[in-house]
Design a protein. Sequence first.
Length: 186
Amino acid sequence: MRKVPKLKFSLIILLSVLLTNCKSEKKADKYISELNLTENISDFTSRMTNKDTVRITANLTMEYWVRIDELTLTKNNNKLILQTTVKEDTTFERKYQMRKTTLTELNFENIDNEFDRHFLTNFRRTKIDSNGNWIYRIISQKDTLIFHTVGLGDKGGCVKKYFEFMDNYYPNEKIFKPIEVIEETE
């Protein structure tokens, strides 16, 4: 009968040590980014730190063609890392049965802010209100920029420029090559 109180005492000691250790752990300070996309769109990639992540969503959907590209941009030792995922509806009936393709992760140096320049030239699109028609969403920890289009022709032009832009980074991917229209002549 003497063993039961010793067992209870041992369990109480063990639990109190565990609870004390759990409470005394210091939580890591949460990182707060200094990156402000609105003010630094012309050179946001050079202002990124190794702790920053920028997510870019390209909404290429037009009529019955549904495609969403997701780009994740991080920085490591002054090199940018680009991870691209392409989601495309395979039915052409807006059933959203998406085929997902994850492309090879790219490491590149952003000489002369060439990556940023594409978004800087389209920055005026953040001021357009087009009732939900958007081409890009750029999301950082602090803010989100939404680039709008007006009408199907404008959207088609933006999609074409996006393909040209992405073809610079993925030149061997057919997924960024525009479809050639072949006309038959008699």
